[in-house]
Design a protein around this ligand. Structure first.
Ligand code: IPE
Ligand code: IPE
Ligand code: MG
Length: 253
């Protein structure tokens, strides 16, 4: 079983896209599952179930586009405020996803990873995640990163604790702490920052996602709910990204 073919430059051009203008790392706040379900007269969890299909389609499309990394916000550290049955459902969906997607992850040569705190995740979820991490460890294609029990502030707290321990142990002089020292102690150590942050379902907020890493990400928000997000919306986001003048505080060329 071979991986789906990558888009050629001509195919990209047909989509209105240019390879050199694609983001290297896309991060997505996959929001609106509950509202989508409610609008269909379905229970909220049905929205989460349907959202998994969008995940599959989006992962495959990004891999075919040659995107380097796709980071998906699956569960925030704040989402624990939700009712237990919904959380249990989300956990079983995650476990099912990492089991069922193993074949696809291998077929598409994806480098799988997960960021966030492991506490609170069941042994079942953690062991299935570990199996997927292990079997995909030598893959070289797009990095697929799931943010689970992730919070940008708790990630910074964890990094600060690590730095403080190193300072106390005498292996790091506080005066030497640089941006790189911080970045290297985040869950995303070694990864590039997202260039493009997509949020579905219309909210204009970050919801504690990748606070450090998105300092210069381009933002793109669609009204579409996550279960109805499809390739045309992704392509629209990429077209918008390709047309942005990214000045990084400087002046345009
Ligand atoms: C996003 O959809 C999925 C998670 C946060 C787990 P929501 O469940 O937040 O859907 P809405 O925002 O209530 O519609
Ligand atoms: C953000 O969505 C978290 C995920 C998509 C996993 P939320 O639905 O939790 O965000 P808020 O509550 O609208 O900020
Ligand atoms: Mg939401």
């Amino acid at each position: 079983m071979s991986s789906p073919p990558k888009f050629t430059d001509a195919e990209l051009a047909d989509l209105g896209l240019e390879r050199g203008k694609l983001p290297r790392h896309i991060a997505i706040i996959m929001d609106g599952n509950g509202r989508w379900a409610q609008a269909q007269g379905l229970p909220r969890v049905e929205g989460h179930r349907r959202g998994v299909k969008t995940v599959r389609l989006t992962v495959e499309e990004c891999a075919r586009l040659g995107i380097g990394q796709l980071t998906l916000y699956c569960l925030s550290s704040e989402n624990w405020k939700r009712p237990k049955p919904e959380l249990d459902f989300l956990m079983s969906l995650l476990e099912q996803y990492v089991i069922e997607e193993r074949t696809e992850i291998m077929r598409q040569d994806l480098q799988f990873c997960m960021i966030g705190r492991r506490e609170g995740l069941s042994d079942g979820v953690l062991s299935e995640v570990q199996k997927t991490l292990d079997c995909s460890a030598n893959n070289r294609g797009m990095r697929l990163c799931l943010a689970v029990n992730y919070g940008g502030r708790s990630e910074l707290v964890d990094a600060v604790q690590t730095l403080a321990r190193e300072a106390v142990a005498g292996t790091l002089d506080p005066a030497d702490i640089s941006e790189k020292h911080i970045a290297d102690r985040l869950y995303t150590a070694g990864m590039e920052d997202p260039d493009l942050l997509i949020r579905t379902a219309g909210e204009m907020r970050i919801s504690n996602f990748l606070l450090w890493q998105i300092s210069y990400a381009e933002l793109w928000v669609t009204q579409k709910f996550w279960p109805e997000f499809r390739q045309p919306e992704l392509h629209e986001a990429l077209k918008s990204f390709g047309g942005r003048d990214r000045r990084f505080g400087g002046l345009n060329a």
